[in-house]
Write a protein that binds this ligand. Sequence first.
Ligand SMILES: Nc1ncnc2c1ncn2[C@@H]1O[C@H](COP(=O)(O)OP(=O)(O)O)[C@@H](O)[C@H]1O
Ligand SMILES: [Mg+2]
Length: 256
Amino acid sequence: MLERWELVLKVAISGKGGVGKTTLAAILAYLFARDGYSVTAIDCDSSINLPSALGVKDVKPLSELREIIEQRVKGPFGIFRYNPKVDDVFENYSAINDFGVRVLVLGTIKKGGEGCFCPENAFLRAILRHAIFRDDVLILDMEAGIEHLGRGTAKGVDVLIAVVEPGTRAIETLGRIEKLAADLEIKKIGVVVNKYIDSPKVAELIGSISHPILGIIPYNQCFIQADLENLPPYRLCDLKPFEEIKKNLLRLGKQK
Ligand SMILES: Nc1ncnc2c1ncn2[C@@H]1O[C@H](COP(=O)(O)OP(=O)(O)O)[C@@H](O)[C@H]1O
Ligand SMILES: [Mg+2]
């Protein structure tokens, strides 16, 4: 048996649009929950699709809770609270799916980095800080750029997963993700190659990746089929490559 402290894992999944971030986020959430971990999954992408990939509907984006944001962030006499109370928001504005994963949707964070003290950003960052200390496993489904999270918020993230498709642009994306990890002080990057097809060019490309490769997911129609039928991908697709990714992720997360 593993010690409980060894199980805690916070991951951010990054990569360009359409590479398979949400698919990976949903399947990892499923596998960790199946194994008895408490799991929170947060959609931080502006094109929201994590709830449907986890089989839940009607999760309100937290950025739209205007009144609550006003109340919590702006205190009496115009005092601005940088660390507003959000624990109840977590309970009230999340959905729990059929295998126990808590799902939240962040909504749009205003760009502007750490210099921007807009109430929405203070609120959403407080949500993320709260999330980091809450459950065994936290999965953040991110857009390519998560720099607007700010360093303070991202500190609790153990591993940044870069999802790449085989293609020349994959390496460019990786470069950007490396810079992002450095900026946010996230020490570990793991790469997932998705939509893999067997070819010497692809093998060469994968060979050139210098970060640990957590796993390779073959290109498969089942993912598209799941999308078409609005079914979570773990209902239709082979989960073996994802089991491997989960195992390697735990190993990487534990490394000193
Ligand atoms: N291994 C795969 N093989 C084939 N299609 C895939 C694979 N992984 C994901 N897809 C499909 O690619 C599209 C984008 O995936 P998605 O997870 O939504 O990407 P992202 O969240 O990065 O934008 C979806 O239609 C999904 O079903
Ligand atoms: Mg997505």
